[in-house]
Design a protein around this ligand. Structure first.
Ligand code: C5P
Length: 292
């Protein structure tokens, strides 16, 4: 029997490698990037209801709308339009732990969790290809979160190739007080274009089980753009490295900077020294794809 209630975790991500290959005629950028899910996650619940579609935010940082601009509602509307025979309403609850406009993929992950959650709730058995089609329409990062774990993204980031799990890694995330809008970062003219070789070599090392640590393979072609738009991020990276992080990088389009550490204790020690200036500092770690 179809369940009346479904609970889902929506994890955040980091990108140990993000290469911008070129600008496309459709205005997007061609990418080769590595995605990795992390322990930090939002929690969503989906409940059948007699009313219309409704999103209730139980806890979140200020500034998150429960209206149409929220990707959760856009995902739910897309799903319900695809299956018009599902006449019931849905009540969605969200506990938001992932910082907003941070480069951590929180909105995209919530959208993917919504597609999967409604597929479970209504037992539509959409299959990955159909879910992927809907995910692509919602945003470039959304398809990755349908499977999570470690993956290569190509195209505008929506074409996903699952990879073997990356080494288990402890992380410190540091997000400045303000967020950044992704289009501004891509549109700043400061991104560095590369050939895709770094993403290819990361993929090869993983497949040959020869990647000892993420720290030696970090690269992000958007980092100069994030540094330009928010110089504080460059300072945060410097401080993470001075405090003993083994590597540090702007995450996606930023402005979060992640630092790689050797243990949880090391991560907590480094985090303790960076709690100032209205920043959000989070200790977390990489996680593999959720088993079915
Ligand atoms: O796909 P998504 O809606 O997440 O993209 C948000 C914006 O980020 C796009 O409108 C575009 O300005 C920029 N972007 C890009 N190239 C990509 C992904 C995003 O230029 N591969």
């Amino acid at each position: 029997m179809a369940p009346l209630f479904v609970k889902a975790k929506a994890p955040a991500k980091i990108n140990p490698v993000l290469e911008v290959l070129g600008k496309r005629p459709d205005g997007y950028h061609e990418l080769a990037l590595i995605f990795q899910t992390i322990e930090l996650h939002d929690v969503l619940t989906f409940e059948r209801s007699k009313d219309e579609l409704l999103l209730e935010i139980d806890s979140a940082p200020p500034g998150l709308s429960n209206g149409d601009s929220n990707l959760i509602l856009q995902a739910a509307e897309l799903f319900l339009k695809r299956y018009p025979q599902k006449k019931e309403g849905v009540l969605i609850h969200l506990t938001k732990n992932i910082p907003l406009a941070a480069g951590l993929g929180g909105g995209s992950s919530d959208a993917a969790a919504t597609l999967k959650g409604l597929d479970n709730l209504f037992q539509t058995r959409s299959g990955l290809v159909e879910l992927q089609r809907m995910a692509e329409a919602l945003g470039s990062d959304v398809p990755f979160f349908l499977t999570g774990g470690t993956a290569l993204g190509t195209g505008r980031g929506e074409k996903i190739t699952p990879l073997p799990p990356a080494p288990d890694t402890h992380l410190v995330l540091v997000k400045p007080g303000k967020g950044l809008a992704t289009p501004n970062v891509y549109g700043s003219g400061k991104a560095v274009f590369t050939s895709g070789e770094k993403a290819r070599s990361f993929q090869k090392l993983l497949q040959e089980k020869k990647l000892p640590s993420l720290a030696g393979s970090l690269f992000n072609g958007l980092e100069p753009a994030t540094f330009f738009l928010m110089p504080e991020t460059q300072e945060i990276k410097k401080r993470l490295l001075e405090a003993g992080a083994r590597g540090a990088l702007v995450c996606g389009s930023g402005p979060t900077v992640f630092g790689i550490t050797g243990s949880r204790a090391e991560a907590e020690k480094i985090a303790g020294g960076l709690q100032d200036g209205g920043r959000t500092v989070i200790v977390t770690r990489t996680v593999p794809a959720e088993s079915k």
